[in-house]
Design a protein. Structure first.
Length: 513
């Protein structure tokens, strides 16, 4: 085009540049416009609009505003497309407040923002959780008689659902339909997801039936939400029906759908069906992900089928899918559960050797497993290694170790760890205090347990129902009935109640006496 005589018009050049921009080759467009100008071809307002759009997509909205200044200097009037592009550019960079200010400046200078302008701002406000401000914009659009559409309503409905304001989302949904605006599949997906998070199943079913009645075809995301939710709710037969319905409608399940179904079988301890679903996924050409393997491995571990779990783990590596920290955590927990903590330790070392750094959960699972299986020396060694490596330990790690030492009757070690917490930068939480009180009661050190209980409140950590039941049981087990009754009365006054163990001990004592 540059070598043609006569040269094509600027309109022809702009059409080509727009096509390249739509293909997302934004930096290429910037280069070509520079080349065009060097050849003496002056861009018009449309060309500069394309350039502004490209700069915004390249996260250089500052250059976009330079182009706006140039448009005004050349005597062109920027249209709504250019102004909307700049608003979108600001929002893409997270500069939403500046985007809102720019819209106000547009209004003050006689430009009228349109539905796209407001929709762009609304979308960004919803994404950062400022849904109430988005609703305010919607109301403003009503006041100035701008046309409201399904996209605007759906954006806010989705934001409300993500903010767990499902009832408000349903109210807005009713407002939308009362205005004669037809919902789309995105609207329904947002509401179904929101209702599912609160277990409002009757309303989910109602929306599903409404979708069918309106002849709105559920998409893959709709089916995935339903299969996952039904599975997690234990409604396996219904999950299977929805899965089968997908095939009947000519929709291919993806890895997310299969993962949800496999998880549903695992939750019901139906490992044969879970394995069958996994094999069907592979047979249908849907490649399993690391999540697929993790779900199945977790199912085997929960069912204490540790050999099947480790076999699948080895198979996973052979297929080129690398285990992640969740895979290792699941297996380490599985081996601890079946009383094989030494293999769990070996897995930790294998994990480190593969360049997969353990996280705090790995350490917590392994420490807990070692303590429960009475491998206290290994537990203390692991804990020491963690401290030596300057890992950012948390109160949970210390609580696990203190609990393990208390259960093993190593109260001195437990006390040392507990007393050292402030020097490590930690304050004991209600769980840590309760563990230590239980340890003291177990050893018959009731005065010390009572002192720690009082100290707990002084330090601003309020005892919960577990703490109260723990200390009451300690007094009852050592026949300190008066103290037990005293704490029982305090507990009831605080709004807590005796648990089954406390009640059983009390009833036994009443019969004995």
């Amino acid at each position: 085009m540059l070598h043609m005589h006569p040269l094509p018009s600027i309109v022809d050049f702009t059409q080509l540049l727009s096509a390249i921009a739509r293909m997302k080759h934004h930096s290429t467009v910037v280069t070509l416009i520079k080349e065009m100008e060097l050849s003496g071809i002056a861009p018009d307002a449309c060309t500069l609009g394309v350039l502004t759009n490209c700069f915004c997509h390249l996260n250089r909205v500052d250059f976009g505003f330079s182009i706006l200044a140039r448009i005004l200097k050349l005597g062109f009037q920027p249209d709504c497309i250019i102004l909307n592009t700049l608003v979108k550019g600001l929002c893409l960079e997270g500069r939403i407040a500046e985007g809102v200010r720019f819209v106000h400046q547009m209004e003050n200078n006689g430009y009228k923002p349109n539905t796209i302008t407001y929709g762009t701002i609304m979308n960004c406000l919803c994404k950062i959780g400022k849904t109430s401000e988005a609703i305010g914009l919607l109301r403003k659009m009503e006041e100035i008689n701008l046309e409201l559409d399904v996209v605007l309503y759906s954006t806010i409905i989705d934001g409300l659902c993500k903010d767990r304001l499902v009832s408000e989302a349903l109210t807005l949904f009713s407002e939308m339909t009362n205005r004669g605006i037809q919902p789309n599949v995105f609207t329904y997906n947002s509401l179904i997801q929101g209702l599912r998070n609160f277990g409002r199943w009757n309303e989910v079913t109602k929306l599903w039936n409404e979708m069918v009645k309106r002849k709105i075809m559920p998409d893959l995301h709709t089916f995935n939400i339903l299969v996952d939710t039904l599975g997690k709710e234990g409604r396996l037969i219904e999950a299977e029906k929805v899965f089968d319905m997908m095939s009947q409608r000519g929709m291919q399940p993806n890895v997310v759908t299969y993962n949800s179904l496999i998880d549903a079988y695992c939750l019901q301890n139906k490992m044969d069906e879970a394995t069958k679903a996994f094999n069907t996924m592979v047979r249908n050409g849907c490649l399993p992900s690391v999540v697929s393997y993790n779900i199945l491995i977790n199912g085997y571990c929960k069912n204490r089928k540790i050999d099947e779990a480790i076999s699948l783990f080895r198979e996973m590596s052979n297929t080129g899918i690398f285990p992640d920290v969740a895979t290792y955590n699941t297996l380490i927990g599985g081996f601890c559960r079946v009383g094989r903590p030494k293999i769990a330790l070996e897995l930790l070392h294998e994990m480190q050797g593969c360049g997969q750094p353990p996280d705090l959960q790995t350490c917590a699972i392994l420490l807990d497993g070692l303590c429960k299986n009475l491998h206290f020396t290994e537990a203390m060694t692991l804990f020491q290694e963690m401290e030596d490596k300057k890992l950012r330990l948390d109160i949970v790690i210390y609580s696990i170790l203190i609990h393990g030492m208390c259960n093993a009757g190593k109260l001195t070690t437990a006390s040392e760890l507990f007393n050292a917490l402030p020097t490590k930068g930690f304050q004991p939480n209600v769980c840590t205090y309760t563990i230590m009180i239980k340890g003291l009661c177990k050893e018959g050190l009731l005065n010390e347990a009572r002192e720690l209980f009082e100290k707990m409140e002084e330090n601003g950590c309020s005892p919960n129902h577990i703490t109260y039941n723990t200390i009451i049981q300690g007094f009852l087990q050592h026949n300190e009935t008066s103290w037990a009754v005293k704490y029982l009365k305090i507990m009831v006054d605080k709004g807590f109640s005796a648990n089954a163990t406390t009640a059983t001990i009390l009833i036994d004592l009443m019969f004995t006496n």
